[in-house]
Design a protein around this ligand. Structure first.
Ligand code: DGY
Length: 347
């Protein structure tokens, strides 16, 4: 009985690949950089399943040429790199890895909030540049977080963890989200506010919304014009939530005090991007979930999702569950065989 063929777009941490190799015929792209589009297309077209990262894009063009493909397992909680509508049209199941990276991502977000408010990176740069001449009462003055207002946009798992982690610091927390979360409001003494109110009242604004057509450029010129001149913007979600040109102008005009971005648009940000010339901007290379344990958990969950799906079981973290019935029928007809004696690939 042939094993299903899967393509994995990068080497994965931990023992996730061993597990995959036990049950599938697995091909791994071992470069440090993502597979080029043509390579991805070629490999996906030959596969029953693909395990990929947020750097890989799958759209209608690839799906059209991949009649064999049953499942795309994204090793990320976000899935804006996949054309969900096209996946639905082709009855290809898409899965993601929520739940296992929220605390790690929130920890990094809080680190950026502190780093930006207390000018940690500027201080480090000054020391390395030999600019530390003396202790001075007015050198590198930052902002206290105790008593400040934190505005969280997006109250999913990561937003919630940021609220939990910052609660004890004496911050007032306001939030805006697609839906209200009364239980969390009570638990973390948070206030649900309108977006405009959040922009006006927050000292730190932290983004935790998924990237959708509604949230693209949620931080635009207008939003920035409403913010306090002392405010700090932190983004560990997705780069295109922020209109980076507008952010650069707002920082230049001292409309806001600083920004800390773990995600940019595009990624990687060009080394000559004007934002990188500003001392009050911190940019890190999309590493908010990058801890040893979390990346291994993400890899394992992505593998688990893939194996479950190839066994004809709808994974808990399937995104497009609406196609479940038609997708199951495709799996059945395909004859791929994981965990089921009955499923056999037709000759
Ligand atoms: C995700 O999972 O979407 C994160 O951006 C990865 O760090």
């Amino acid at each position: 009985m042939p094993k299903p063929r899967v393509f994995v777009t990068r080497h994965l941490p931990g023992n996730a690949l061993d597990l995959l190799a036990e049950h599938t015929d697995v091909a791994v792209w071992r470069d440090e950089l993502p597979p080029p589009a043509e390579e991805l297309e070629r490999e996906v077209a030959r596969s029953d399943g693909v395990l990929m990262l947020l750097t890989d894009r799958i759209g209608g063009d690839i799906l059209k040429k991949s009649p064999r493909l049953l499942v795309v397992s994204n090793m990320a909680t976000g899935f804006d790199n996949i054309d969900l509508e096209a996946a639905g049209r082709h009855n290809v199941l898409v899965t993601r890895t929520p739940g296992v990276l929220s605390e790690t991502t929130a920890e990094f977000t809080i680190a950026l909030i502190f780093a930006a408010a207390r000018r940690v990176v500027e201080g480090d740069r000054a020391v390395r540049a030999g600019e530390w001449k003396t202790w001075g009462p007015e050198i590198l003055l930052g902002q206290d977080l105790s008593g400040a207002t934190l505005g969280i946009i997006g109250m999913g798992e990561i937003g919630r963890e940021v609220a939990r982690g910052t609660r004890a610091l004496g911050l007032r927390i306001v939030y805006f989200s697609r839906s209200r979360k009364p239980g969390l409001e009570r638990r973390y003494r948070m206030e649900f506010v309108t977006l405009d109110q959040l922009f006006r009242e927050s000292d730190v604004i932290s983004l935790h919304a998924p990237l959708t057509t509604e949230t693209r450029h949620i931080i635009d010129r207008k939003a920035l014009s409403l913010m306090k001149s002392t405010s700090i913007l932190v983004n560990t979600a997705r780069g295109p939530l922020v209109d980076q040109g507008a952010l650069y102008r707002a920082l230049m005009d001292e409309r806001i005090a600083g920004a800390a971005l773990d995600v940019t648009d595009p990624e990687p940000i060009a080394p000559n991007d004007p934002l990188l010339s500003l001392p009050n901007v911190i940019v890190t290379p999309h590493i908010a979930s990058a801890s040893v344990a979390t990346r291994s958990r993400m890899a394992r969950l992505a593998v688990q999702n893939l194996l479950e799906a190839l066994g004809g079981k709808l994974p808990k973290h399937a995104v497009n569950r609406d196609i479940a019935r038609a997708w199951r029928e495709r799996v059945r007809k395909s004859g791929v065989a994981i965990g089921s004696e009955k499923m056999e690939r037709p000759a």
